[in-house]
Design a protein around this ligand. Structure first.
Ligand code: HEM
Length: 492
């Protein structure tokens, strides 16, 4: 330290001036709105920076800073600084639909250099590709989701979950478990067995695969690197990169195992496609793994939380389930459909609205300048569909903070039409989630099984007593964390 002070003291003052100018330029360059975007409304930078540095979660930032700013000024889109640059967040569902419906005018943006998440996901997959490449991936993935919905698998996984919630060896009727963690394990087994063709057995055992994945996602989310992604080039995180590469290698091994031993899963179907290379299959596998389990787990945890805090809604959903399925019959595609269980379906839709698992989509960037509503969008500007904000817009929902499934049962009114168009947890347009039906059946299957087996509530000391709290996620995931739930076995 003394040595450093000695050296610093001896540096010529011109050196200090240069260093100061470089730092000033870097700060100016990083935080100033580029001249071609200055005509657009922007959320002030300082509150945003404080929000990022304090580790505020995305949903709180949207409700506290972004939505009020846009609503006060009547704006349908605003500039928001994130991940080292200014991006446009679209908060109006009609403007967002205009963008989503036209994927040629608004292709997905090439990810910024160096961001570790993109290195992990890879570029040759359905999530990141554009144009003809996307069409090829999308055809294969959508064909795979055309396979029958694996309701029997969801049911047997729910039974595995019962054995963890209330172990047969335990004499007690009531058990408190971390449901957010169990939901992740359930969703992983669901996507593992039916989509990837690999049984992680995550509900019954502690999966090393999952531990490695969670560790990597945690490290990728280091706030300093999120604020200044270029640091990745100056101070590369070799250790994280090595772990990431080793996990990607494990996906390669899963793929090889699938080739050697085909099954009746979606990956086996994709492997038969002559147009898909090994690299493309592996990248799609990583995408399906990431897109397929955290999202569903977030939706399930949110549903269980709101049913716990609204016992009358939980009871109404249970009555419907018992009326349609009786106390013991295993669910089927028919009995689990949205028309068979309209009230439960409305609860699931409301949970996916109020705490939408993906708060915003991968950015789009128009190649040429375009007009969106009253706004001119210059070429190559990052555009984000802020789904969470659309789901919390007062003018559409009236009471966006209230958990009110009945809003989805209204028919034939202007508000019902608006609600239909503004409910977009799976996004809209040709690039909306190809697994929408799969995910909704998965949610209904587990909800049905839990409603017949247990009643549940929040324990007294829950951190969610004053409202649902989500984990910090820099990748737009809205996932409740440490959601402990007390399940009490129902007497049949
Ligand atoms: C409740 C659960 C789910 C929600 C809320 C959800 C939501 C979304 C959203 C919003 C998108 C658009 C992303 C974008 O354009 O940037 C998307 C895309 C996608 N989702 Fe889902 N998803 C869910 C479950 C799943 C599952 C279970 C899988 C697979 C097993 C899956 C696979 C995909 C894929 C492959 C895409 C990319 C589609 C494309 O770009 O053409 N999702 N999802």
């Amino acid at each position: 330290m003394t040595g450093f002070l000695f050296v610093a003291k001896d540096l010529p003052s011109s050196w200090w001036i240069c260093a100061g100018l470089v730092v000033a330029f870097l700060i100016f360059h990083t935080f100033t709105v580029p001249s071609h975007l200055r005509h657009l409304p922007r959320v002030p930078i300082f509150p945003l920076l404080i929000s990022y540095l304090s580790g505020e979660v995305e949903d709180v930032r949207i409700k506290r800073l972004i939505l009020p700013y846009a609503n006060e000024r009547g704006e349908g889109l605003v500039l928001v600084w994130a991940l080292g640059r200014w991006m446009i967040h679209i908060l109006d569902y009609k403007l967002a639909a205009q963008m989503s419906d036209n994927m040629n005018l608004f292709p997905k943006e090439l990810p910024p250099d160096g961001l570790l998440l993109w290195r992990f996901i890879g570029g040759s997959n359905v999530l990141m590709a554009n144009g003809d490449k996307w069409r090829k991936h999308s055809r294969v993935i959508r064909d795979a989701f055309g396979l029958p919905i694996p309701v029997d698998l969801f049911t047997s996984l729910a039974k595995n979950l019962f054995a963890v919630i209330s172990p047969p060896s335990s004499p007690s009727d009531s058990h408190t478990v971390d449901f957010s963690e169990l939901a992740q394990r359930f969703a992983l087994d669901a996507v593992g067995s039916s989509v990837l063709g690999h049984d992680f057995d995550a509900i019954r055992t502690e999966s090393l695969f999952v531990r490695e994945y969670n560790g990597i996602m945690h490290d990728i989310a280091n706030p300093i690197y999120l604020i200044a992604p270029w640091l990745e080039r100056i101070v590369p995180r070799k250790e994280v990169v090595n772990r990431m590469d080793s996990l990607v290698d494990k996906f390669k091994q899963l793929l090889q195992a699938k080739k050697d031993e085909p099954g009746d899963d979606m990956m086996t179907l994709m492997l038969k496609d002559p147009e898909m290379s090994d690299e493309e299959l592996r990248d799609n596998m990583v995408v399906l793994f990431i897109a397929g389990h955290d999202t569903s787990a977030g939706g399930l945890s949110t549903l269980i939380y709101f049913l716990a805090t609204h016992p009358e809604i939980q009871e109404a959903a249970r009555e419907e389930v018992l009326r349609v399925l009786g106390p013991t019959a295993d669910p089927s595609v028919g009995t689990l459909s949205a028309t068979s269980l309209p009230y439960l379906n409305a609860c699931i839709r409301e949970a996916l609205r109020i705490n939408t698992p993906i708060s915003y989509i991968v950015p789009r960037a128009p190649i040429n300048g375009v007009t969106l509503g009253k706004y001119y969008i210059p070429p190559n500007t990052s555009l984000i569909y802020n789904i969470y904000a659309v789901h919390h817009n007062d003018s559409v929902w009236g009471d966006p903070k209230a958990f009110r499934p009945a809003r989805f049962l209204e028919k034939g009114t202007p508000r019902a039409a608006m609600v239909k168009d503004a409910w977009v947890p799976f996004a809209t347009g040709p690039r909306q989630c190809p697994a929408r039906n799969f995910a909704l059946y998965e949610q209904r299957a587990l909800a049905v099984m839990l409603l017949r087996e247990y009643e549940w509530s929040l324990p007294e000391n829950s951190i969610h007593k004053n409202g649902l709290r989500n984990a910090f996620s820099p990748f737009a995931l809205t996932l409740p964390h440490d959601l402990h739930i007390t399940f009490t076995k129902k007497k049949h």
